[in-house]
Design a protein around this ligand. Structure first.
Ligand code: DON
Length: 325
């Protein structure tokens, strides 16, 4: 980092000026009080809707954070691109996509549907993510117990985050599992249609999915994960190659087309960046070869995306030409 600074070779040379512009967008979005926090479990319903944080990490490790960036929240669906990335890296694209498609579903994230091949539409919706968890559990190092697989996955997440420790929210995990009628319905429906690899332990794979959703991080940490994706799988802070570039390309392609629930098409049109949102109010955004961004604000719009997060992205591409096209 220091040698780049001396050579004036930063990806964003005027980082301070850039940060000031981000700060302006931050304050503009803070006045947005639309939306409601997720209420399907009491632990999420109690979240303070005022929280608002923005963190940025560039591919050369410059960082900027503002607001509630160290308050812990659970990853929820922001874990979906990460588990998908691990599955791709461990099993390869052909194996993974033998089981799960690449098409936006055009329906709700937890809708009880499969595609015309009787596969879940893509790994960014619940059915696809549950299936990806089954692949990780059953096909990747199958000798591992569920406890070992949990450690293995958390370790991957931590390496994506530059070695930061992640937490686990047991209360959220327990109540996710308690309130998971729809997810179980999806799980059984996929079992009926023989979607899983042989020898999948259905109960274990459901638990594993809830555990991945219940891993706890912060805005600051998720921005480093996003930056690792922006940097082709090499963490900008540790320079460790955590994921292969082919895996990252696939993850970003599906985040671009499927990452924002039923707003994905509009988001791809207006913002033009790969992103993944979760019911926690987190939004993981990748500007390939430039930076990773995480925004966190728990109030969600009718489609389930963070109101301030979406506004932030729309304002960002009005100010800077980060839109891919
Ligand atoms: O499966 C669920 O209902 C949550 N644990 C995750 C939901 C979420 O963030 C929505 N995702 N696409």
């Amino acid at each position: 980092l220091i040698s780049r600074a001396f050579r004036h070779q930063f990806i964003i040379p005027e980082f301070e000026t850039f940060s000031k512009e981000i700060e302006e967008i931050y304050w503009k979005c803070k006045s947005n009080t639309e939306g409601k926090v997720a209420s399907y479990i009491p632990q999420l319903a109690r979240t303070n809707p005022d929280y608002w944080g923005v963190s940025i990490c560039t591919v050369d490790g410059q960082r900027f954070s503002l607001g509630d960036v160290n308050v812990p929240f659970t990853l929820q669906s922001c874990s979906k691109p990460l588990t998908y990335a691990i599955a791709l890296d461990q099993l390869g694209e052909d194996v993974v996509h033998h089981y799960v498609g690449q098409e936006p579903s055009g329906r709700n994230f937890n809708e009880l549907i499969l595609d015309y091949n009787k596969k879940p539409h893509n790994p960014m919706i619940n059915a696809g993510a549950i299936l990806v968890c089954a692949l990780l559990k059953t096909l990747v190092k199958p000798e591992m117990t569920l406890a070992e697989k949990f450690d293995f996955t958390m370790n991957y997440f931590e390496r994506l985050a530059g070695g930061e420790d992640l937490g686990f929210n047991n209360a959220i995990f327990l109540s996710e599992r308690e309130a998971a009628d729809r997810n179980y319905a999806l799980g059984f429906y996929m079992r009926e249609h023989k979607c899983y690899p042989e020898k999948t332990s259905f109960r274990e794979c459901m638990d594993f999915y809830f555990q991945c959703c219940s891993m706890e991080t912060s805005c600051d940490i998720v921005s480093v994960m996003a930056a690792t994706l922006a940097n082709g799988g090499i963490c900008p802070l540790t320079e460790e190659k955590v994921l292969g570039p082919e895996s990252v390309r696939n993850v970003l392609s599906l985040m671009h087309s499927c990452g924002m629930y039923d707003y994905s098409g509009q988001f791809a049109f207006k913002v033009g960046l790969p992103a993944k949102s979760g019911v926690c109010g987190g939004l993981l955004v990748v500007i390939p070869n430039v930076m990773g961004i995480c925004t966190w604000s728990p109030s969600l719009d009718a489609l389930g995306n963070s109101c301030r997060g979406v506004q932030f992205c729309e304002e960002l591409v009005k100010k800077f030409n980060f839109h891919r096209y």
